[in-house]
Design a protein around this ligand. Sequence first.
Ligand code: PRP
Ligand code: URA
Length: 210
Amino acid sequence: MSLKIIDHPLIQHKLAILRSKDTGAKDFRDLVEEISMLMAYESTRNIILEEVEIETPLEKTRAKAILGKKLGIIPILRAGLGMVNGILRLIPAAKVGHIGVYRDHNTLKPVDYYSKFPEDLAERDILLLDPMLATGGSAAASVEFLKNNGAKSENIKFMCLVASPQGLKTLQGCDSEIEIYTASVDRTLNEKGYILPGLGDAGDRLFGTI
Ligand code: PRP
Ligand code: URA
């Protein structure tokens, strides 16, 4: 599995503000969107371009274009939703699917409750989104879910903002072929499965449900 830590100064600066307990819900939402958009540059670097014919004001020419219909953006509900708009601003033609998974607070095991995917998942490059990779249970379950619905490992990229070493190991163990993009690998997890130093509960901070 390949792991890419995106350490661009703009991303690191925004992540620092995101982590602060003093950052309110509106700024938190805006920052998650902005960081996701910036990370999308890197995580879409290998998207296949196709030649198209266009006409400039001066003459016809051939140019390269992304066929947006080949990309599927799949947020893991809820917190992954905060990452979608930033990526859609770059690739507006991408299709968006959803996976509903929450982590049981007692067992820390993922519980899935919803899914809706674009058709022909098997033919798409997939960006699976969740700001947090903590124990890795939710991401690993989501990858399995995608594969059970036809997605191919080699086409799946998981993008998060903060990962723990434990979560990376779990995801690696579940599928060694997927690519992982993160803005940070943090120190560890606490006894409740929260990432340290982390940024707290991403879903609650995004949607003001603390
Ligand atoms: C959070 C987060 C991930 C998951 C990460 O979601 O958004 O989906 O926890 O933890 P894990 O790696 O240990 O599985 P949560 O379960 O709190 O649900 P929510 O997005 O609905 O708040
Ligand atoms: N989910 C979160 O939102 N934050 C964590 O630190 C761990 C799981």
